[in-house]
Design a protein around this ligand. Structure first.
Ligand SMILES: [Ca+2]
Ligand SMILES: [Ca+2]
Ligand SMILES: [Zn+2]
Length: 254
């Protein structure tokens, strides 16, 4: 039984580290124990063929510990933050899949109520953090989220640029979508320049004005039935449209 597998919950933890720190250094990553581990009791040893602290219910040859390189290569996300985040979840009872964590000369164990203790083992664990997991069948198998993406980190300059651009684009899209509706609500007294009959002054909104211009162009009269004005009508219409457009612009800036 030489083959071994890493328990699913720790595979999931590795995957979450990869997701929150895609460029992280993996030089000090590890799962199965090396020769040194094989001579001692370690969660890094496969549990059916190696020396381990607990004998579990199944006959699957599982490894119950991982080492994760401490260099996450993120501007504000450190291994210390990840460890403290996981410890807080363990202490609150929200996370039950870990048995102990070792990092930077300290160890925290479930059996000691997750209180920080000095770690005096041969390796100071300054290059990697060690995570030992449960041997309980349901906990080993759980690939539920470790919630590492919830760790608060400061925004980078690139994050801020992305957020600013996204908000600007969404705001512009929202204003554009509202513009048609707003235009229909903007009423203005509109008179075709050059016309003199009583009906040549209208209450018009932007949409209707557009229809007016179209009707005049195609049929030679206004929607109100006035004859085509003789001179300067279209330049007057353009001026009126400009005034209305300015009113709509002013409304959208409120
Ligand atoms: Ca097993
Ligand atoms: Ca097992
Ligand atoms: Zn280790």
């Amino acid at each position: 039984m030489a083959d071994w597998v890493l328990i699913p919950c720790l595979k999931a933890l590795f995957a979450e580290f990869d997701r929150i720190a895609p460029s992280r250094d993996r030089a000090s990553d590890g799962s199965i124990g090396d020769t040194a581990h094989q001579n001692e009791v370690s969660d890094h040893n496969p549990d059916e063929t190696g020396r381990v602290p607990i004998h579990d219910a199944d006959h699957i040859n599982e490894v119950h510990a991982i080492d994760v390189d401490n260099n996450l290569r993120e501007s504000d996300l450190t291994m210390e933050k990840v460890v403290q985040f996981l410890l807080a979840r363990c202490r609150s009872g929200a996370e039950k899949r870990l048995r102990y964590i070792i990092y930077n000369r300290r160890i925290w164990s479930a059996s000691s109520g997750w209180v920080q203790q000095t770690y005096t083992g041969a390796s100071p664990h300054t290059e990697h953090a060690h995570f030992s997991a449960s041997y309980a069948t349901n906990l080993e198998a759980s690939t539920a989220s470790w919630h590492l993406e919830d760790i608060p980190v400061a925004l980078t300059a690139a994050d801020k640029t992305w957020i600013t651009n996204t908000i600007a684009a969404q705001t512009k899209a929202a204003i554009t979508a509202e513009l048609g509706a707003i235009a229909k609500e903007v009423m203005a007294t509109y008179r075709v320049g050059g016309t003199t009959t009583a009906g040549s002054t209208y209450q018009r909104n932007l949409s209707e004005l557009t229809a007016d211009v179209w009707a005049m162009t195609m049929r030679g009269n206004t929607m109100g039935g006035d004859p085509m004005p003789s001179e300067g009508a279209f330049s007057q219409i353009l001026e009126d449209l400009a005034i209305l457009t300015a009113k709509v612009d002013a409304l959208t800036k409120q």
